[in-house]
Write a protein that binds this ligand. Structure first.
Ligand SMILES: [Zn+2]
Ligand SMILES: [Zn+2]
Length: 258
């Protein structure tokens, strides 16, 4: 698996129930590791359609705490305790912004021991807020930048030893920090929640996504996180006014080799 990087769009939708699009979730398979970025409710089952089991996951990165991005966390913890098929030898790491521990405390207050992982099976780590960070997940390097969505929202850049890189924007409004984090990336997986002319604060339109991709000089752009009205609109033309590189509109279970 070394030298191999692939993004699987597990869910390209939002909180709005949709037959076509599962809720927000992406999987990065990189150099032998499986890294999940967000986990909407139903993501574990959706992952099975991509041939990935729960105990194949090494690291979960949360871009922010909204329920449509974190809905599978409690089911993940619960299944790691009570599913006979969960047989990992190494713990699963879960990273999210500072403040995540309060969310976890709240989940345990609500669900009791059912929301508490067994010791050593799942390890939670918080990433400092309001600054750029750089951490090792050997042999990968994972960088973060704050984005403009909630107080806890982060974008992630994963870099491989061969210098290939993938950025996940998470939910965000137009963000200079995201441009900086995405500079020269091989692939930028970018939220584009609203069609042109229907901007929702805290989210991106296709033209803004194109501007960010262009200013960052990314080599390929994937738009995802589509509310239903995006599917009735032309996303490509407004994006193309700013970004000329390869452009992909995400669909569930799409695989993109980096
Ligand atoms: Zn959100
Ligand atoms: Zn969202």
């Amino acid at each position: 698996m070394s030298g191999f990087m692939e993004v699987i769009i597990v869910g390209s939708g939002t909180c709005v129930p949709s037959v076509r699009r599962a809720g927000p979730c992406q999987l990065l398979r990189a150099w032998g590791s499986n890294i999940l970025v967000d986990s909407a409710a139903g993501s574990l089952r959706q992952l099975l359609h991509a041939g990935v089991r729960q105990d194949d996951i090494d690291l979960i990165l949360y871009t922010h705490f909204h329920p449509d991005h974190t809905g599978e966390l409690v089911p993940f913890i619960f299944a790691s305790k009570y599913s006979p098929s969960f047989k990992r030898k190494r713990p699963v790491l879960v990273w999210a912004a500072e403040g995540f521990s309060s969310l976890l405390d709240g989940l345990v207050a609500a669900w009791g021991e059912w929301a508490e992982p067994e010791k050593g099976k799942i390890i939670f780590e918080e990433i400092p807020r309001g600054m750029n960070t750089c951490q090792q997940f050997p042999p990968l390097v994972i960088k973060t930048a704050p984005t403009k969505h909630t107080a806890h929202s982060l974008a992630y850049r994963i870099e491989a030893p061969d210098s290939k890189s993938v950025v996940f924007s998470g939910d965000t409004d137009f963000s200079e920090e995201l441009i900086g984090l995405s500079e020269g990336a091989d692939l930028l997986v970018m939220e584009c929640a609203a069609p042109e002319g229907k901007k929702v604060p805290g989210h991106m339109t296709p033209s803004e996504a194109g501007m960010i991709a262009s200013q960052a000089g990314v080599k390929r752009l994937v738009l995802t996180h589509f509310y239903p009205e995006c599917d009735e609109s032309d996303l490509v033309t407004p994006c193309r006014q700013h970004y000329e590189g390869p452009l992909i509109l995400a669909e569930d279970l799409m695989r993109i080799i980096v």
